[in-house]
Design a protein around this ligand. Structure first.
Ligand code: GLN
Length: 272
């Protein structure tokens, strides 16, 4: 029933979009809801969300982007963002909490998309498409607070480095740091705990989670601030070739950025 109403609403929206284009010769209308209707109409043609549900994978262990909320359900910046995108494109968003390293290969079978502070990389682009980027990130190095011998990337040579499995932090440690002994963990916090216990010399992880984890143990840990790597961009991973879904998600993202809703989420979840 609910679905029938929604389908009807979407069909009406699509008709209105077509009529508004017809009546103004294809130029944009002044109606602020028109973008939503267009986006929803485009989304209607996506095979992934033909059932009206966008099933989105995440790994709720990467604060402030995703973590288990007070009720145990995934919460965080990414979760709020994808729910807002779902509203704009007219689908119900269902979140699935999975291992980070399984997200890319689960798209198209277990899940329709993934939002997980995921860096857009050439390698991942072989398997999935990405939305336009929504956040700039960077790998940070966490060390013990009293550590004074890791101050440059070169100082990481030959060290034991903790990383989260399947992340750009792991690839950086393996590919760019000579003779590194890279230990991988399913959850970033386990790498952080091994640093506290002295089992690894450093942890390489994205900037914002690094700040959250160091903030949890300010007497024990610090960020090696002089060690700097290249910037990365986060995107929402989408099924390869589903152009309608990509267009709808990109439109929704652009709208959320233009309206100030994006900045409000940054304030609520990241800058607080
Ligand atoms: N940005 C990193 C990556 O894409 C880490 C993401 C994560 O651990 N959730 O690999």
């Amino acid at each position: 029933m609910k679905k029938a109403f929604k389908t009807l609403a979407l069909i009406l929206a699509a008709i209105m979009v077509v009529m508004s284009f017809a009546s103004c010769g294809g130029t944009a209308t002044a109606d602020p809801s028109a973008a939503n209707d267009t986006t929803a109409a485009i989304a209607e043609t996506s095979p992934a969300i033909a059932d009206g549900i966008l099933t989105v994978g995440t790994n709720a262990a990467f604060p402030p982007f995703e973590y288990a909320g007070d009720d145990g359900k995934p919460d965080g910046f990414d979760i709020a963002l994808i729910k807002l995108i779902g509203e704009k494109i007219g689908v119900e968003v269902v979140i699935e909490d999975l291992e980070f390293s399984s997200l890319v290969t689960s798209i198209g079978n277990k899940i329709d998309a993934a939002i997980a502070g995921m860096t857009i990389t050439e390698e991942r682009l072989q398997t999935v498409d990405f939305s336009t980027s929504y956040y700039e990130a960077m790998q940070y190095v966490i060390v013990k607070k009293d550590n004074s011998d890791i101050t440059t990337a070169d100082d990481l040579k030959g060290k034991t480095i903790g990383t989260q499995l399947g992340t750009t932090g792991e690839f950086l440690a393996e590919d760019d740091i000579e003779n590194a002994n890279v230990k991988t963990y399913d959850k970033a916090i386990d790498a952080v705990n091994d640093l506290r216990n002295g089992r690894v010399d450093a942890v390489i992880i994205d900037r914002n989670p690094a700040s959250v984890f160091v903030g949890q143990y300010p007497d024990e840990l610090k960020i090696a601030e002089t060690v700097v790597f290249d910037p990365e961009e986060y995107g929402i991973a989408l099924p390869k070739g589903d152009a309608a879904l990509k267009t709808a998600v990109d439109n929704a993202l652009a709208e959320i950025k233009a309206s100030g809703e994006f900045d409000a989420l940054v304030e609520q979840y990241i800058n607080n």
